[in-house]
Design a protein around this ligand. Structure first.
Ligand SMILES: *[C@@H]1O[C@H](CO)[C@@H](O)[C@H](O)[C@H]1NC(C)=O
Ligand SMILES: *[C@@H]1O[C@H](CO)[C@@H](O)[C@H](O)[C@H]1NC(C)=O
Ligand SMILES: *[C@@H]1O[C@H](CO)[C@@H](O)[C@H](O)[C@H]1NC(C)=O
Length: 280
C-alpha cells in the first residue's frame, strides 16, 4: 500500500515534467515542420557544379529565396529542361536562379577548375503536382508546353479582323498556344516577343488566326533577328470540345506579362543586379 502510494506520488510529481517535455518536443517539431514545408512541389538532381556558364537573358534571371523556389520557377516556365542556381548567400540559402527555356544543358559552354564553383546545375525538376504553371495550359493539350516554331519571321500581317478580337497579351509562346487551343477557332498563332531578349519564352503579344494557314509569302525579309515566331495549333481537335462560348473568354484573357519570381530587396537584389550587369 505504502509502496503503491509512493510510486503513485512519484508518478504524479513526474507528470508535469513529462507533460512539459512532451509539449516542448511538440512545439519544436511543429516549428521545424512549418519552416520546411513552404509548399514546394519539385525536386531536382544536381548534374554538376561549374565556375561559370553563359547567363540567360534578363527575363530568365531571378532572385530566389531557395533552391526549391528555383525548381518551382523552372516548372512554372516550360519548356525548362535544366536550371542553374548561383548560391549567393550560403547561410540564408538565397541566390540567383537562371532558366534556359527551350535549351538543353551544354557542359562544354561551362567553365570548371576553380577552387570554389558556385553554380549548381540541376536537371529538369520532378514535381509532385501537375505543372503549377503561371501560364495556364489548355487542360487536355500538353503539346502546348513544348512549342516548336514552324517559322521565325518579320512583318507578318495581323489576323483579318486587325486584332479586334484575335490578339492578346501573353506571357510567352507556351501561353499563346494555350490561348489558341482554348479559343477553339484558331489554326495557328504568331507570337511577337516584347522583351529585352527578344525571346519567345518571355512576354509579348499573341495573334491568333481563326482560319486559313500560315503563308510564308506574307512575311517580309528580316533586317536583323527574327521578330515573330509562328506556331501551328498543336491540338486542333480540341476545337470541338471547347468551341462553345470559349472564344470570347479566351480572346479577353490576358496574362501578367512580367516574369513572376520571388523578388528580393536589399543587398541581394543589388548583388543580382550587379551579376546581371556583369553578364551583359
Ligand atoms: C563564389 O562565391 C563566393 C562568395 O560570394 C566568392 O567569394 C567566390 O569568388 C565565388 N566563386 C566564383 C568562382 O565565382
Ligand atoms: C556546345 O557548346 C559548344 C561550345 O559553345 C558548341 O561548339 C557545341 O556545338 C555545343 N553543342 C551542342 C550540342 O549544342
Ligand atoms: C477568313 O474568313 C474571313 C471571313 O469568312 C474571310 O474574309 C477571310 O478571307 C478568311 N481568311 C483566310 C486567310 O482564309
Amino acid at each position: 500500500m505504502k509502496i503503491t502510494l509512493f510510486w503513485a506520488s512519484i508518478a504524479l510529481s513526474a507528470l508535469p515534467r513529462a507533460l512539459a517535455a512532451t509539449e516542448s518536443t511538440a512545439t519544436t517539431a511543429t516549428a521545424t515542420t512549418t519552416s520546411t514545408s513552404t509548399a514546394h512541389s519539385c525536386t531536382a538532381s544536381l548534374v554538376t557544379k561549374l565556375c561559370d556558364y553563359p547567363s540567360p537573358g534578363d527575363a530568365f534571371a531571378v532572385a530566389e529565396d531557395s533552391r526549391a523556389s528555383c525548381w518551382d520557377y523552372c516548372n512554372a516556365h516550360p519548356p525548362c529542361d535544366f536550371l542553374i542556381f548561383d548560391a549567393g548567400n550560403p547561410y540564408l540559402g538565397t541566390g540567383s536562379c537562371w532558366l534556359y527555356p527551350g535549351q538543353t544543358f551544354n557542359e562544354s559552354k561551362g567553365t570548371t577548375g576553380c577552387s570554389n564553383p558556385n553554380l549548381s546545375v540541376y536537371d529538369k525538376p520532378v514535381c509532385a503536382s501537375p505543372t503549377t504553371t503561371a501560364t495556364t495550359t489548355a487542360s487536355a493539350c500538353t503539346a502546348t508546353e513544348t512549342p516548336t516554331a514552324v517559322a521565325s519571321v518579320c512583318g507578318y500581317p495581323t489576323p483579318d479582323d486587325n486584332c479586334f478580337s484575335t490578339c492578346s497579351a501573353s506571357s510567352g509562346a507556351v501561353d499563346c498556344l494555350s490561348q489558341c487551343v482554348k479559343a477553339g477557332l484558331c489554326n495557328y498563332v504568331v507570337f511577337n516577343p516584347h522583351n529585352d531578349d527578344n525571346s519567345q519564352y518571355a512576354s509579348g503579344t499573341c495573334w491568333m488566326y481563326p482560319n486559313g494557314t500560315y503563308n510564308a509569302a506574307d512575311a517580309t525579309t528580316c533586317t536583323g533577328d527574327a521578330e515573330q515566331y509562328v506556331y501551328k495549333n498543336p491540338c486542333p481537335n480540341l476545337d470541338l470540345m471547347t468551341s462553345s462560348g470559349a472564344t470570347a473568354a479566351a480572346t479577353t484573357t490576358s496574362k501578367n506579362s512580367a516574369p513572376t519570381g520571388l523578388s528580393l530587396s536589399g543587398p541581394l537584389a543589388i548583388g543580382v543586379a550587379l551579376l546581371i550587369g556583369q553578364a551583359l
